[in-house]
Design a protein around this ligand. Structure first.
Ligand code: PBG
Length: 331
């Protein structure tokens, strides 16, 4: 933008185009639509289960039957993409409940695709929801072992694809996982299943409420040896570049709000769709402040989601999806 070529006040008056709602609507640069959103779902075993998550008002752990009811509602308001997280029956050292054919995400995927073939089912590939220690990979000497974890992640991704997943979304942050998963899918005739890589995923305190929702808090230490340091943005470009080279079809920046600069750089540097994850803590902060009457929750939500899109996100994963779509549809 070459601002300097504009004549000065009083010839230029930027307020002219802000004068009325009609003018403002016409010249608004960024619009939210229902196609922007992916709604996360926490799937648990059992029947007729609907547990509200204490730190995430209006977000629930759902059994598969209730997941289907939820999908029906989502469809009815025009949301056609979900991201599945599993809360399994049992956890072990290697997260084996995450890569069995009859695992909870595999089952939910199968059922959703049967009932709603047009619903886009995206599955989170990671071990932290399935391991007894809560880390995203296999542990040896208190350290997450990269290459051994890759084999299990690839196995998990394959079982998701076999259950009918439309998009595989690895969120573990091991080195080389996109390549490992791409090869595994290709060898098994899933060459057309896209990968949405959590490419620039930061080690973030904003995931707090999610870990309650997914029961996936690490039992010792933290995730800093695999998730990124929040001081780094150049490194995020290296992470994204590697994932693209390894075959990612969509790359994600996560969290979103404290990382709008990273979203913008990703958009400018990479010519493929950019996803942003408006994470649990970002949701809960707005909910909490709104509950206290300190902010107008709906307006802050729309401003936030618009900012994420304005920064460069092509799709937004958000717990606000339903509320946002209802407001957008009502003008
Ligand atoms: C699993 C995973 C996490 C989130 C998405 N996938 C948690 C984590 O890495 O600890 C966080 C999502 C959110 O906070 O909404 N690795």
């Amino acid at each position: 933008m070459s601002d300097h070529i504009y004549p000065n006040f009083p010839i230029t008056r930027l307020r002219r185009l802000r004068k009325t709602p009609a003018l403002r609507d016409m010249f608004r640069e960024t619009h939210l639509t229902r196609n922007d959103f992916i709604f996360p779902l926490f799937v648990t075993t059992g029947e007729n289960i609907k547990n509200e998550i204490g730190s995430m008002p209006n977000i629930f752990q759902l059994s598969v039957d209730n997941v289907l009811r939820e999908c029906e509602e989502l469809f009815s308001i025009g949301i056609s993409a979900v991201l599945l997280f599993g809360i399994p029956d049992f956890k072990d050292e290697r997260g084996s409940s995450g890569y069995t054919a009859d695992g909870i995400v595999q089952k939910a995927t199968h059922e959703i695709k049967r009932a709603f073939p047009e619903m886009l089912v995206i599955t989170d590939v990671c071990l932290c929801e399935y391991t007894s220690h809560g880390h995203c990979g296999v542990i040896e000497n208190e350290f997450v072992q990269n290459d051994e974890t890759l084999r299990l992640l690839a196995e998990q991704a394959l079982t998701h694809a076999q259950s009918g997943a439309d998009i595989i979304a690895p969120s573990d942050m091991m080195d080389g996982r996109i390549g490992a998963i791409r090869r595994k899918l290709d060898e098994n005739n899933f060459q057309d299943t896209p990968i949405m890589a959590y490419a620039a995923k930061y080690s973030s305190a904003f995931y707090g409420p999610f870990r309650e929702a997914a029961e996936s808090a690490p039992q010792f230490g933290d995730r800093k040896s695999y998730q990124m340091d929040y001081g780094n943005a150049d490194e995020a470009m290296r992470e994204i570049a590697l994932d693209v080279q390894e075959g990612a079809d969509v790359v994600m920046v996560k969290p979103a709000l404290a990382y709008l600069d990273v979203i913008r750089r990703a958009k400018e540097n990479f010519n493929l769709p950019i996803a942003a994850y408006n994470v649990s803590g970002e949701y809960s902060m707005i909910k909490a402040a709104a509950e206290k009457g300190w902010i107008d929750g709906e307006r802050v939500m729309l401003e936030t989601l618009t900012a994420i899109k304005r920064a460069g996100a092509d799709v937004i994963i958000t717990y606000f999806a339903k509320e946002a779509v209802r407001l957008i549809d009502n003008g």
